[in-house]
Design a binder for this molecule. Structure first.
Ligand code: IMP
Ligand code: MG
Length: 361
């Protein structure tokens, strides 16, 4: 079985938590896109670990972690991250595709200089310049600079064997609205973030993916610049930011916060074809007398176009709030999302720990 976990919003949907939870059902986990601009977070037995390059399932015993050729890898950061993960999980195995690209110090300096001109809120991890060198065919591949403590080989066979026996879990980084082709260009990252990018980024037949989970937070967050027409009033967003710890995992920047955007989620499903949704951060929205969802936009807002989306005026629908994530009103909120997108919900995350989960599968 191959399961893909994909961010359905602007990244930071809580994919790390979902991937860590599903890790026990899989013997292999793989990243196909991005690099250390991503930040995923998992917590188990009181231990927190933030991941930037490894799949967030890396804490499970004997987990085989694959870094695919669609990735842009900072070798020094990868070695440090493997060291931290092995302190918790000494049995971790890491395999890197030799055709993945290397992020070097010059890429980081170029990214910093570009960001001054461009101002999209980049993490300045050197990702854009690394991919620019890749498409210009001047980049350097991992095969020429193999990281320590990893095996460097084409992972195709091991992914397909794991899919047959132990289960393979594919961990997307970022989210649909940050996708280079279908996100809010230019407020996007430089890699493909969709299920259709899994085939290229890992070198597997995309038809072999059995189930694609779209991960969606109970509200919207955006880090960096970019349009956010459903941004909340500061008093509401400040409360959510503190309760939910809504600060960037990579940069520590405060995240901007809005209500959940159902038209954007339907658009994400249009380009991804999710089989189910995982809803995260339900506990963070607890305690409000009512919550809102964006049902539609006035005007002809083009969801994939940043300028048009920015000018969109949201039509909100208000629903009763909840004090406990198992209250009927919380379930009504979840059903409202599932019904409007037309996809069932498989998982509901109710807190930061691995087992804070309602599993509806
Ligand atoms: P870059 O990929 O670091 O150049 O950043 C480009 C844009 O994508 C910026 O707005 C970043 O904040 C955003 N971004 C990149 N990776 C992530 C992520 O994993 N989560 C959320 N935002 C991200
Ligand atoms: Mg993140």
């Amino acid at each position: 079985m191959i399961t893909a976990v994909i961010g359905a919003q602007w990244g930071d949907e809580g994919k790390g938590k979902i991937v860590d939870y599903l890790g026990r059902e899989n013997t292999l986990s793989a990243r196909f896109n991005g690099g250390s601009n991503a930040g995923h977070w998992a917590r188990h037995n009181g231990i927190n670990m933030d991941f930037h390059l490894l799949p967030a399932a890396a804490l499970h015993p004997r987990m085989v972690c694959i870094l695919g050729r669609g990735m842009a890898i900072n070798v020094r950061k990868l070695e440090a991250e493997i060291g931290r993960a092995r302190e918790i999980n000494p049995t971790l195995q890491v395999i890197v595709d030799p055709k993945a690209h290397v992020v070097d110090d010059a890429h980081i300096r170029r990214d910093e200089a570009l960001e001054i001109k461009r101002g999209i809120g980049s993490t300045k991890e050197g990702i854009g310049p690394c991919y620019a060198d890749r498409v210009s065919r001047t980049g350097k591949c991992i095969g020429d600079a193999p990281p320590r403590d990893c095996i460097t080989l084409d992972p195709y066979n091991i992914i397909m064997e794991s899919a047959q026996r132990g289960g393979a879990l594919i961990c997307g980084a970022h989210g649909v609205m940050l996708d280079i082709a279908h996100g809010h260009y230019p407020y996007v990252t430089s890699s493909g973030c969709l299920p259709s990018d899994v085939g290229s980024g890992l070198g597997i037949n995309p038809k072999k993916i059995d189930h694609t989970i779209g991960v969606v937070k109970a509200y919207s967050t955006l880090i960096g610049t970019g349009p956010m027409p459903m941004e909340m009033e500061p008093d509401v967003s400040d409360r959510i930011r503190e309760v939910g710890g809504e600060y960037g995992t990579t940069t520590g920047r405060p995240r901007r916060i809005g209500w959940i955007d159902l038209p954007a989620l339907k658009y994400a499903n249009r380009v991804c074809g999710f089989d189910s949704l995982a809803i995260t951060h339900m506990d963070v929205l607890s305690g409000f007398s009512s919550v809102k969802v964006v049902d539609a936009y006035y005007d002809e807002t083009i969801l994939s176009d940043a300028a048009s989306y920015l000018k969109g005026t949201a039509v909100y629908h208000e629903l009763p709030g909840w004090n406990n994530v198992r209250d009927a009103s919380a379930m009504r909120f979840q059903s409202y999302i599932a019904d409007s997108v037309g996809i069932p919900i498989s998982l509901i995350s109710t807190g930061p720990d691995r087992d804070d989960m309602i599993d509806l599968r």
